[in-house]
Design a binder for this molecule. Structure first.
Ligand SMILES: [Zn+2]
Ligand SMILES: [Zn+2]
Length: 312
């Protein structure tokens, strides 16, 4: 039996790049216009036969897509605005006289992270969080394509040089047990989708970094305790493959930065020249606190722990 999940309908249009970082070539020919006509009919037919709702807003979907999210919801997933920390990407509340590259958040001023720079596409909230959850917890794999496009935009913000050869792209690994349960590593799926859209110069390496133990929940842990909790969780299995290379560490979400910092530390110690970080989303704590909503902090911590726990 063909269930609702088999055929879903949504935007046939891609999320448009906001800064022109990644533009996909589009076919425009007689053949494709014929195909468009046929697909319009197919869309109407499928929408009648297999109605489905957008998994983000609940409105009925009208277009065929493997991703059950409507065009409006996808268009609402925009990039982080405002001045961000030049290293970790945390949003800064002005006024700042420094340029964005020089601006530093409180934490990065106190101690520079082991990575050169982290970039994220959007804020880890509402729609973007739900889209990531669709992939991670509901196995909606087509979400990886859209998330990969966003990751590609974030990668475009990094000052990668390619001077030391290909940039070795390393997804944050899952613990083996978690990987078996989920069936895929979302960071790897998203990285693959992003690299397809980017020009050459990147080399995916999903084996170099391994997660060698499970980490306990991060809920209620201080920054120091979180770091201790992560210590020894990752190991570089094949140091030769990263020695002297620039490494691009990729994950779906950056929350407190403890995970990517620990990965970057291990990669650097194994001989990586520089480590850059790109994620689809990032929690922005400064905004929450300064907006007088500090009481929501525990909620972020919980989400943080969820994201950490998702990595085993
Ligand atoms: Zn929607
Ligand atoms: Zn910072």
């Amino acid at each position: 039996m063909i269930g609702r999940g088999r055929f879903v309908f949504s935007s046939s249009r891609d999320v448009s790049p906001t800064d022109g970082a990644t533009v996909l070539p589009r076919r425009n020919s007689f053949v494709s216009s014929l195909a468009t006509g046929a697909s319009t009919m197919a869309t109407a037919l499928f929408a009648t036969l297999f109605p489905a709702d957008c998994r983000l807003c609940g409105h009925p979907l009208t277009n065929i897509s493997r991703l059950p999210v409507c065009e409006e919801c996808l268009a609402s997933l925009t990039r982080i605005e405002g001045v961000q920390c030049g290293i970790c990407g945390e949003r800064l509340n002005g006024p700042y006289e420094l340029s964005e590259d020089e601006a530093r958040c409180e934490l990065c001023r106190r101690a520079e992270p082991p990575y050169a720079k982290a970039a994220a596409y959007g804020s880890y909230e509402s729609g973007l969080r739900e889209l990531i959850h669709l992939l991670k917890y509901e196995q909606v794999r087509p979400a990886a394509t859209v998330l990969g496009r966003m990751l590609g935009e974030a990668i475009g913000d990094l000052p990668l040089s390619f001077m030391r050869g290909p940039v070795v792209t390393v997804p944050v690994p899952l613990y083996a047990k978690k990987l078996r349960q989920r069936g895929f590593n979302q960071a790897e799926l998203i990285a693959r989708a992003a690299l397809k859209l980017l020009p050459g110069g990147f080399e995916l390496n999903a084996q170099a970094l391994q997660r060698c133990r499970e980490t306990q929940s991060q809920i209620g842990l201080s920054r120091h305790q979180r770091r201790e909790n992560m210590r020894g969780a990752f190991v570089v299995a094949t140091p030769k493959e990263i020695q002297g290379c620039d490494v691009l560490l990729v994950d779906d979400v950056m929350t407190t930065g403890t995970t990517v910092s620990e990965c970057a530390r291990v990669l650097r110690r194994a001989g990586a020249s520089k480590v850059y970080v790109a994620t689809v989303a990032r929690t922005l704590k400064v905004e929450m606190q300064n907006a007088g909503r500090a009481h929501e902090e525990p909620k972020i911590e919980e989400e943080d722990a969820l994201a950490m726990a998702a990595h085993g």
